[in-house]
Write a protein that binds this ligand. Structure first.
Ligand SMILES: [Zn+2]
Ligand SMILES: [Zn+2]
Length: 338
């Protein structure tokens, strides 16, 4: 088969790779129905994470099971399945506490921008749908694998409750789906911080009631205006920079909640400043597997349409253009069809 490999900054190649094989008896091989490029793929693509060797790419996936190892019990060939970017056994203490993305046997997926994928711990990691979904549902189902699950965690970890005020920092696909998630969890007021017309529009479609275009201290001042000087109940940080993190912490009210789901790059927090902020902080790699059954149901029942974040669809072999379009912010998120 051919798969996606990053060789260095802005050097994505679609090239020959060995077909994946069952390695452990708990593995499954799936044939990809759809995969995509993640905002987090852009960090190494831009050279902001150093890579030392050609690196296979991709961690968001859904598809049909081709083959399972001899110890796989609940997953069968022919099922349509979705899994998280992190594998999990669903039985260890961390999984039972609700943090499968910290599973004691976790592996991070890294080869999903390819037509075939090996998934370890198949029984714990993969969630089958009741039947084969129609192709128009594929984009929305694919988002549950990471971006929607991560946006959902952002809202959950920031304690979004019916009637609360939520602020979302970041207008990438995760931020936009954090808006959708906050709406589903009943937030009454949802402020999207975005300065891009197209993204503001989608944020409103997903449930944003207010748009703030300012950033940094000016952005915080606008949130304070909107909340009568108190700050927001919940702030969902979906970027991972020093500026976005401080903006999130300063925008929360005393006793408020800040979640952070953007992988931090160079973020440093001052202990004493944090002490006087009086906020709850909760973040990390989203425990997507915990949310998958509920999110898949919401999609299959037509309650949500998160697949709208894909504004570019390309054949898998044109993956390099998919990265370029996102890097240049011509596309919010690229869906790739094998
Ligand atoms: Zn991702
Ligand atoms: Zn586990």
């Amino acid at each position: 088969m051919k798969g996606t490999v990053l060789y260095g900054p802005r050097d994505i190649r679609f090239e020959n790779q060995p077909d994946p094989q069952i390695v452990q008896p708990t593995d499954a091989i799936i044939r990809m129905s759809a995969t995509c490029v993640c905002g987090s793929d852009l960090w190494p693509y831009r050279g902001l994470n150093t890579i030392n060797a050609p690196t296979p790419m991709g961690h968001e996936y859904c598809g049909i099971v081709e083959e399972v190892g001899r110890d796989v019990r609940s997953i069968r060939s022919g099922q349509f399945v979705i899994g998280s970017f992190a594998t999990s056994d669903n039985t260890c203490p961390n999984c039972r506490y609700g943090y499968p993305s910290s599973c004691m046997h976790r592996e991070f997926m890294t080869r999903a921008q390819a037509p075939l994928l090996r998934v370890s711990l198949a029984d714990g990691t993969l969630v089958p749908t009741p039947g084969l979904p129609s192709s128009d549902l594929l984009p929305s189902l694919l988002t549950t694998s990471d971006v929607l699950g991560t946006g959902w965690f952002a809202a959950d970890a920031a304690n979004v409750k019916p009637g609360s005020t939520a602020v979302v920092v970041g207008d990438g696909a995760v931020g936009l789906l954090a808006v959708l998630s906050a709406k589903q969890m009943g937030a009454e007021r949802i402020v999207a911080m975005s300065r891009h017309d197209k993204r503001q529009h989608l944020a409103r479609e997903f449930g944003a009631t207010d748009i703030v275009t300012e950033r940094g201290a000016d952005g915080v001042a606008r949130i304070m205006d909107l909340t009568k000087g108190v700050g927001a109940d919940s702030v969902l940080e979906c970027v991972g920079t020093q500026e976005s993190m401080m903006q999130a912490i300063h925008a929360a009210r005393a006793g408020g909640y800040v979640s952070y789901v953007g992988v931090p790059h160079g973020v440093q927090l001052d202990g004493q400043q944090l002490f006087f902020e009086h906020v709850h902080l909760h973040g990390g790699p989203a425990p997507v597997r915990r949310y998958l059954p509920e999110l898949i149901d919401l999609v299959l029942n037509g309650k949500i349409n998160p697949g709208k974040v894909f504004d570019l669809t390309l054949p898998l072999e044109e993956v390099a253009e998919g990265y370029r379009a996102m890097d240049e912010r011509r596309a919010i998120k690229t869906l790739l069809r094998p």
